[in-house]
Design a binder for this molecule. Structure first.
Ligand code: GLC
Length: 819
C-alpha cells in the first residue's frame, strides 16, 4: 500500500514535448523536463508506450514478452501538428498532445477508444529509491473492464481496485486480492469496441477501474517504468489473441494431459497409490494421470523419494504406465538446509540460492523446515534446475511436474523479505522487482528440464504462481479453493478470466481442495471441470476421500458419465487447444466474447463458450433441477435432448444432477471419440461426427495429430474444415482437408441432429447410399434421449448431400428410416 509514503506524496508530471525523433516505427518524444516518451508501433493494432522520468531508459527487458513475437513495420502516417502529433496505422489513430504528453487513441471511424486523463505521472518513493509510476485514463461512456488473470471477483471489473503481488492464499474467498498469479493486462469494452492494455512491469502493480473516481481508470507500479502496450480489437476475441501473440502461446500438450487427472495431498504409500489406479480401472472410470504430492519425498527434499513409502518408484511407475497411468510429481522451490543433501550442497557450492542484501543465503520455512531458494532468474540456475529432472524422468519414468509454493510462499512471513537479491538475467535487483516473476521463472526452468528429458514425448508442467507469459511453459490451476458452492462459482469465473488473459490451459481443484464436498457438489463441480482444459480432482488429505467413487453409487455413476463425456470430447478440446496455440484464441470464452454486439451479455458471467461450438453454464446451487441462463444470438441445441433454442434471450435449462446446461451451436460438427479408459488405450477405428442442422452455412474445424511428439511441428498434422449447409428440405456437408496426418480410423459415423425433415436420399461424393444401423455407434448415442439418423462414410469424403421430406407431406413408405 502507499501509506508508508503518505508524507512524501507529490505527483510529478511531464512538461511539454519540444523535440522528437523517428526511426521507422519507433519514435522518441523529448520534453522540456527531461521526460522521454518512446512509442513503438508493433503492428497495425499494437502500440507500445514507454516513459523515462529522468531522461534515461533502463535496459529494455521483459520476461513476459514472447521472444518469438516479431514486430512488424506497418504502414504509418506521421504528422506533426502545432499542438500534437498524429500517428496512424490502418487500424487506429494515435494523438500525442505536446502539453503533458497526453495520449488519445481513436479508431478509423473517429471513435475515441482510449484517452488519457492525467496520463503519465509519477512520485518519487524516497523510501525505496524507486519511482511509483502512474497512468490514468478517462472511463469511456458505458465502459466495461475484463481480464487481469486470476481474480475471484465478478467478471466485469468496473468499480474495483485490484493488485498484482502473487500470494499464497489458502482458502481465499470471493473478492480476495491479490491471489497467486500476476497478469497486468485488462480489456476495456465500450461502444461495442474492445481494446486491451498490457502493463509490462513486474513490481507490485495496482489497477483501479473507476473505483476511486467513477470517471477514471488508472494503473501504477511500485517501481521501474511506465511501460505499456495498447492493443486494439475491435473484438474482444482479437484483443485476447493479440495479447497471446505478444506474451506467447504454449506448444501442443500431450493429448493425455487433456484427459482426466486425479490428485490428493497425499496418496502414499505405494499400495494406496496403486489402489487408486485400480479403483479407476475396476469401475471403468477413465483416468490418465495420477499425482504424487509432497509426501513421496524423503523429508520433503526435492528430487528424492521416501523409500519407505515408495521402495521402488521406477517399478511402480512402470507398472502404472502399463495400465495407462502417467505419474506426475510435485516439486516446490524450497531446498532443505541439510548438509548431507546433495542438492543443498550443490546449490551452496555454486551460489545458486537467493541471498539477503547483506550477504547470506536467504532462509525461509516451508514444508521441509528451513530452506534456501534457488534464484530462477539466473540462467545458470535454470539450467542446473532443468538438469535435476533427469533421473526422475529418464530413470523413474515421471511424465509431468507440478510446481507449487512458487509465489514464492514462506510460512509465517508470507514471502521473501524485500531486500533479497536476484540476478534477473544479468540486471541484479531486489525481491520487489523479482517477486511477481519468481513462479514464472521456476516454471520456465522446470519446463526446460521436463521437455528435455521427456523428449520425444511432450512435457506437462503445472504451476500455481505465474506472470503474464507463463502460458508458454506451463498449465495452471486456481490454488487452494474450498469445497463450497461459492468456490464452484469462483472456479468458473477464474478459469474464464485466466483464459481471456492468455492462459487457456487452466482448471480448478475439482470438488474443492479444503474440506470435503457432498456428492452433489462434487458432481456439479466435475460437470464444470470436464469443460476446463486442465481437468483434475485434488483435495487436501485431512478431510476425507475425493475420488469419483467416494460419494456412493449414484454419484459414482454420474461421475463416470461426465468423465466419459470428457473423453468423447477430446478431439474437440484438442482442436480448441490448437486454435489457441495457432491464433491465440482463448479456449474458454465469456459470454460477451461470443457476441459483443449484444450488450445484454455484458453483465452475465456464468455462461461461457468452450471452443467454437459449445456453450456451458454450470449449476452452482444445491438442490436445483435446472437454471436460467442467457443463450447468445443464433440457433443452439440443448445437448441432452436436441431441443432447439433461438438465442439472444434467457432460457430455462432442465438440468437435474445428471445434466449440466450444455448447448451446441447450430451447424456445428462435433467430433467424438469412443469412450476409452485413457488416451491410447484403444485404437480409434471410427470417429463420430455429430452434425447439428442449421438454416444457412456454418463451418467447423477438426485438428488432428499424433497426440504426442513433435511431428506436428514438421507439418504432420491435419486441419479438417467441415461446411454444413442446411435448408428446409436438405443438408449438405463438405470436408476440406489440409495437412498430411493420417489417422488410424477409416470411417466417420455421422449422427444428424435437429433435422427438420426425414431422410429421403443420401448421396456421398456422387453415389447414393442407404443408411444402415451402425453397431459401433451405440455407445455414443445411448446417453441421448432420441434415436437419430446416422450415416457411415469414408473419412475421405468430400461432399455429402442429403435430401429430405418434410414429415407432414411425406409418404412413409418412400422414406429411409434408419430405425
Ligand atoms: C499447497 C498446494 C496444494 C498442495 C499442498 C501440499 O497448498 O496449493 O495443491 O496439495 O500445498 O503440497
Amino acid at each position: 500500500m502507499l501509506n508508508d509514503l503518505v508524507n512524501r506524496k507529490e505527483n510529478l508530471f511531464p512538461g511539454k514535448i519540444i523535440d522528437y525523433q523517428q526511426e521507422e516505427n519507433k519514435f522518441h518524444f523529448y520534453t522540456n523536463t527531461d521526460v522521454i516518451l518512446f512509442v513503438q508501433v508493433l503492428n497495425p493494432k499494437i502500440i507500445r508506450f514507454r516513459y523515462a522520468a529522468d531522461g534515461n531508459f533502463p535496459p529494455d527487458f521483459s520476461y513476459a514478452r514472447d521472444p518469438d513475437f516479431t514486430p512488424e513495420l506497418p504502414l504509418l502516417e506521421f504528422i506533426a501538428h502545432p499542438d500534437f502529433f498524429q500517428l496512424s496505422t490502418d487500424q487506429v489513430v494515435c494523438l500525442i498532445q505536446k502539453e503533458g504528453m497526453h495520449i488519445r487513441i481513436l479508431d478509423k471511424a473517429g471513435n475515441t477508444i482510449m484517452d488519457d486523463e492525467k496520463g503519465y505521472h509519477w512520485e518519487y518513493d524516497l523510501h525505496t529509491g524507486n519511482n511509483i509510476v502512474k497512468m490514468s485514463k478517462w472511463v469511456q461512456s458505458g465502459e466495461h473492464y475484463y481480464g487481469l488473470g486470476d481474480k475471484s471477483c465478478n467478471m466485469n471489473l468496473r468499480g474495483r481496485r485490484l493488485q498484482n503481488w502473487s500470494s499464497d492464499t489458502y482458502g481465499y474467498s470471493r473478492n480476495s486480492d491479490p491471489l497467486y498469479k500476476n497478469v497486468p493486462f485488462y480489456i476495456g469494452l465500450h461502444q461495442k469496441i474492445a481494446y486491451g492494455i498490457f502493463f509490462d512491469n513486474t513490481f507490485r502493480t495496482y489497477f483501479d477501474f473507476a473505483h476511486e473516481r467513477s470517471n477514471v481508470t488508472s494503473f501504477w507500479a511500485h517501481g521501474e517504468e511506465m511501460n505499456y502496450y495498447f492493443i486494439y480489437g475491435p473484438s474482444l476475441i482479437e484483443v485476447s489473441e493479440q495479447y497471446a501473440f505478444l506474451t506467447g502461446r504454449p506448444e501442443m500438450p500431450p493429448l493425455w494431459a487433456l484427459g482426466y487427472q486425479q490428485c490428493k495431498w497425499s496418496y502414499y504409500p505405494e499400495q494406496t497409490f496403486k489402489a487408486i489406479a485400480s479403483g479407476f480401472r475396476e469401475r471403468q472410470i477413465p483416468c490418465d494421470a495420477l499425482y504424487l504430492d509432497i509426501d513421496y519425498m524423503d523429508g520433503f527434499r526435492c528430487f528424492t523419494w521416501n523409500k519407505e513409502y515408495f521402495p521402488d518408484p521406477q517399478r511402480m511407475i512402470r507398472e502404472l504406465a502399463a495400465d495407462g497411468f502417467k505419474t506426475v510429481i510435485i516439486i516446490d522451490p524450497g531446498i532443505k538446509i541439510d548438509k548431507n543433501y546433495w542438492i543443498y550442497q550443490e546449490g551452496c557450492a555454486q551460489d545458486y540460492f537467493c541471498r539477503r542484501s547483506d550477504g547470506p543465503f536467504m532462509k525461509g520455512s516451508v514444508w521441509p523446515g528451513l530452506c534456501h531458494f534457488p534464484d530462477y532468474t539466473h540462467p545458470e540456475v535454470r539450467d542446473w534446475w532443468a538438469n535435476l529432472f533427469k533421473e526422475l524422468i529418464t530413470v523413474d519414468g515421471v511424465r509431468g511436474v507440478w510446481n507449487d509454493m512458487n509465489e514464492p510462499a514462506v510460512f509465517e512471513q508470507g514471502t521473501f523479505p524485500d531486500d533479497v537479491r536476484f540476478n534477473y538475467d544479468g540486471q541484479p535487483c531486489s525481491h520487489r522487482k523479482a517477486h511477481n516473476i519468481y513462479g514464472m521463472q521456476m516454471a520456465r526452468a522446470t519446463y526446460q528440464g521436463v521437455k528435455k528429458f521427456c523428449y520425444p514425448n511432450r512435457p506437462l508442467v503445472i504451476t500455481r504462481s505465474a506472470f503474464s507469459g507463463t502460458q508458454r511453459f506451463s498449465a495452471t490451476w486456481t490454488g487452494d479453493n474450498v469445497a463450497s458452492w461459492d468456490h464452484l462459482w469462483m472456479a468458473n469465473i477464474q478459469c474464464q478470466r485466466l483464459s481471456i488473459s492468455g492462459m487457456s490451459f487452466v482448471g480448478s481443484d475439482i470438488g474443492g481442495f479444503i474440506e470435503t464436498p457432498t456428492g452433489e457438489l462434487y458432481i456439479r463441480w466435475l460437470q464444470l471441470g470436464i469443460f476446463h482444459p486442465f481437468c483434475r480432482t485434488h483435495s487436501s488429505g485431512d478431510h476425507g476421500d475425493q475420488e469419483p467413487w467416494s460419494f456412493g453409487e449414484e454419484y459414482t455413476q454420474l461421475a463416470k458419465k461426465f468423465i466419459e463425456l470428457r473423453y468423447q470430447l477430446l478431439p474437440y478440446i484438442y482442436t480448441a487447444f490448437w486454435q489457441h496455440i495457432t491464433y491465440g484464441t482463448p479456449m474458454l470464452r465469456p459470454l460477451p466474447f461470443l457476441n459483443q454486439d449484444d450488450t445484454e451479455s455484458y453483465h452475465r458471467m456464468a455462461e461461457f463458450g468452450l471452443g467454437d461450438n459449445l456453450l456451458i453454464c454450470p449449476i452452482t446451487q444445491p438442490e436445483v433441477d435446472g437454471r436460467w441462463l442467457y443463450v447468445p444470438s443464433g440457433t443452439w441445441y440443448y445437448y441432452w435432448d436436441d431441443a432447439e433454442v433461438v438465442g439472444g434471450k434467457e432460457v430455462w435449462a432442465n438440468a437435474k444432477l445428471d445434466r449440466i446446461p450444455l448447448y451446441v451451436r447450430a451447424g456445428a460438427v462435433l467430433p467424438f471419440y469412443p469412450v476409452m479408459q485413457y488416451v491410447g488405450e484403444i485404437e480409434i477405428t471410427q470417429l463420430t461426427l455429430h452434425v447439428y442442422f442449421v438454416q444457412g452455412s456454418v463451418s467447423s474445424v477438426l485438428y488432428e495429430d499424433a497426440g504426442d511428439g513433435y511431428d506436428y511441428e514438421k507439418g504432420i498434422c491435419s486441419e479438417k474444415i467441415f461446411l454444413v449447409t442446411g435448408s428446409n428440405t436438405g443438408l449438405s456437408i463438405s470436408q476440406e482437408v489440409k495437412g498430411s496426418y493420417a489417422p488410424i480410423y477409416t470411417t466417420y459415423n455421422i449422427v444428424l441432429h435437429g433435422l427438420p425433415f426425414v431422410l429421403k436420399t443420401v448421396e456421398v461424393d456422387g453415389v447414393l447410399i442407404t443408411p444402415e444401423p451402425n453397431p459401433e455407434s451405440a455407445a455414443e448415442t445411448e446417453q441421448r434421449e432420441n434415436k437419430l439418423p446416422e450415416i457411415l462414410v469414408s473419412k475421405d469424403f468430400e461432399q455429402i448431400n442429403i435430401q429430405g421430406i418434410i414429415p407432414e407431406s411425406a409418404e412413409p413408405d418412400a422414406l429411409i428410416n434408419p430405425e
